[in-house]
Design a protein around this ligand. Sequence first.
Ligand code: BGP
Length: 488
Amino acid sequence: MPNRRFPEGFLWGGATAANQVEGGWNEGGKGISVSDCARHHLDVDVTDYRKHNEITTRDVEEALKSDDDSLYPKRHGSQFYHHYKEDIAMFAEMGFKVYRLSIAWSRIFPNGDDREPNEEGLKFYDNVFDECKKHGIEPLVTMSHYEPPINLTLNYDGWYSREVIGFFENYVRTICTRYRDKVRYWLTFNEVDSMIRHPYTTGGLIEDRFQGKLWEEVIFQAMHHQFVASALATKICHEIIPGSKVGCMLTKLTYYPYTCKPEDVLKSQQDMRALYCYSDTQVFGEYPSYLLARFRNKGINIRKEPQDDEIMKSYPVDFVSFSYYMSSCTAASTEGLDVTAGNTVIAIKNPYLPSSDWGWQIDPIGLRISMVDLYDRYRKPLFIVENGLGARDTVNEDGTIDDQYRIDYFDAHFRTMLDAIEYDGVECMGYTSWGCIDLVSESTKQMSKRYGFIYVDCDDHGNGTYRRIPKKSFHWYKKVIESNGEFL
Ligand code: BGP
């Protein structure tokens, strides 16, 4: 019997985000974004996610005065800004059908509230999309991936301000008009739920600026503005680019009950809902009743305009995209259990699963479970837009990089992905691995947490030649795409 294949036309590719890959933070008329002011903390335990993401107004003020890019790794990224032709050619060599990237808002509107866009920034993405086209690669564009201009944080308090919706609309109208003939697939906000975990990079929010306010209410207010903005962006995109497809993007953290004790099962259900509430809102166009109950019980009052509900209802997304890296266990009480910091949440260690060096539990079957859950819930096509293994790669003396562990990770995940499609009837448009070329990690702001099929010669301080080297996984992924999965 021949090996199984993925459906015809399956969109294989890779993903990056401007704030982590581009560099060129102050070139081409670009303004400063929140990510350009996010420092790394090399002394902090790599699994202590929260420590890495704490930020104060003072930190930002210091960052704005500092021209030491070695402290702010997202400023140099992987220098895609200067290497994009070479990088896209390497993606093409692997056979990419799709390349997920984000547009840096601050390259187009340096301060976010400018009247006119920055032509040089617009031209840069013209060049990038033309290069993709030359190689037959379809761009999948995230409109906002941790890139709000810092001016919006300092002068408007980020997405907490309703005015930011208008600035975002203007930005979306500008990019959709400019790239109407070049981009058909769009995502509005990357991991819209990440506002809870890192409100600064996602929403431009800094806690010390909201003294006396309920912090959770601030976060949900900002999120409300993003929901309205996402619906408006979907509307604008459909109007300007007929036939375009717009997706939401959620972090699919799969939770298992630690035991079959009903209290633990209940807790895992609650944790799952706490995660689904954002995509539920974007797909169904209204807040789910359980989220409204949470607001009521916690005394959270969201300020809305009368038209908001209708806007959210009228322009839901066309497809559901998500990131999947790991699964976690939850229990009613964590007492006496082995707790791992994990990606972004405190989770209980699953004794059946191995973990990465950063405590992310590797669980290929969890991907199949996630796909089934999401498809059953939303009945919309899925797109896996992030998945991969962060690891410390080493370059051998002969210049090769033998990342067999990454191949093993992908191999296992692709098999369960195919199971979900073939046996569980899940509709899946495509797959883009995260950080297909090495880039700066979001949680640790370190270059040494690498995801790529392509190695970039650069250390945590930005020292290096930025030379690109295909890893062993590069050649392996090429074969997967070439054979549409039959090679597995
Ligand atoms: C997701 C983000 C990405 C990316 C990825 C890996 O949450 O959308 O931007 O960074 O996680 O995370 P990290 O870089 O922390 O390893």
